[in-house]
Design a protein around this ligand. Structure first.
Ligand SMILES: NC(=O)c1ccc[n+]([C@@H]2O[C@H](COP(=O)([O-])OP(=O)(O)OC[C@H]3O[C@@H](n4cnc5c(N)ncnc54)[C@H](OP(=O)(O)O)[C@@H]3O)[C@@H](O)[C@H]2O)c1
Length: 264
């Protein structure tokens, strides 16, 4: 059996680890995360089912870490990219350390864009490949003001960038053998947030997220919201609202409510 090569970021725990275990029967791997000891242990586990593994222990919040993975992808042999690494970030913008913004956005948004860009030439040349990106339901939370959800503007911004990027990419590659899938988990029982918070009773398992993603791929879904029953209706409503904003607002004159002068 020929094994496809999968590169997974954030493979040392949670959702990335679950992807690796689930895919191990049919894939070899390049595993990316900072905790090398975890990656070594996972590689030993994956070897028991015949999977060969390369380790790339880098920090994806740094430009050099992203560049190392870009370089590995530029070999053109990766057929499945799972861009999953991410970290929580809470707090108000005005109280955020200025120097923390760049590494946060690099890890949670820029890395996904750069890694996909690096994987695409090899996949397009082979007319075969899949790019999975992992966003968050909080990508859709920018307009939500609820006390039980902490301030999260930067996290929502980064994850919204992944939503726009992957949706656009899926359209770009639609006529090729390459596919892009956006995965949008809700609360998931992992080490996310440093294990500070007790997972909500409603949290999904990482295995559940991965099962939804891989089944969604087989169903031809370019967007997978693992816990959402009527996803098609919700995405239709989203597309309809987007069309109203984009086409409805694209007019040569300001809307009537803006034409009121100070005197009138
Ligand atoms: N858990 C949730 O409730 C939830 C909900 C929605 C979306 N998500 C998203 O799901 C993805 C996976 O998170 P998870 O829930 O599986 O959490 P997790 O168990 O904390 O896993 C995060 C993974 O990302 C890696 N990572 C974090 N910072 C990194 C860095 N600077 N450089 C390289 N790798 C880094 C971690 O590895 P190292 O620490 O070894 O580097 C780990 O493998 C994230 O993108 C997250 O935003 C999670």
């Amino acid at each position: 059996m020929t094994r496809a090569l999968a590169l997974i970021t954030g493979a040392s725990s949670g959702i990335g680890l679950a992807y690796a275990r689930t895919l191990a029967a049919e894939h070899d791997f390049v595993l990316v995360a900072r905790r090398e000891d975890r990656l070594v242990a996972l590689a030993e586990e994956l070897a028991t089912v015949g999977a060969a593994t390369e380790l790339l222990p880098v920090d994806l919040s740094t430009r050099s870490g992203v560049a190392a993975v870009v370089e590995r992808l530029s070999a053109g042999d990766v057929r499945l990219l799972i861009s999953n690494a991410g970290a929580a970030g809470e707090g108000r913008v005005a109280e955020t350390d200025q120097a923390a913004i760049d590494p946060f956005m690099t890890l949670n948004a820029l890395a996904t864009i750069e890694l996909a860009r690096a994987a695409l030439p090899g996949m397009l040349a082979a007319d075969d490949g899949t790019i999975i990106t992992v966003s968050s339901l909080l990508a859709f939370s920018a307009g939500v003001s609820e006390e039980h959800i902490p301030a999260r503007t930067l996290y929502a911004t980064a994850k919204a960038a992944i939503v726009a990027f992957t949706r656009g990419l899926a359209i770009e590659v639609a006529d090729t053998g390459v596919r892009a899938q956006l995965v949008v988990p809700g609360s998931t029982a992992t080490e996310f947030g440093g294990g500070r918070r007790t997972p909500r009773p409603t949290a999904m398992s990482a295995d559940g997220v991965v099962q939804a993603s891989l089944t969604g791929l087989r169903l031809g879904e370019s967007i997978c919201i693992p816990g959402l029953e009527d996803q098609a209706a919700a995405l239709d409503a989203l597309a309809s609202a987007e069309a109203t904003l984009m086409f409805g607002g694209n007019k040569p004159t300001p809307a009537v409510r803006y034409l009121v002068t100070a005197e009138s």
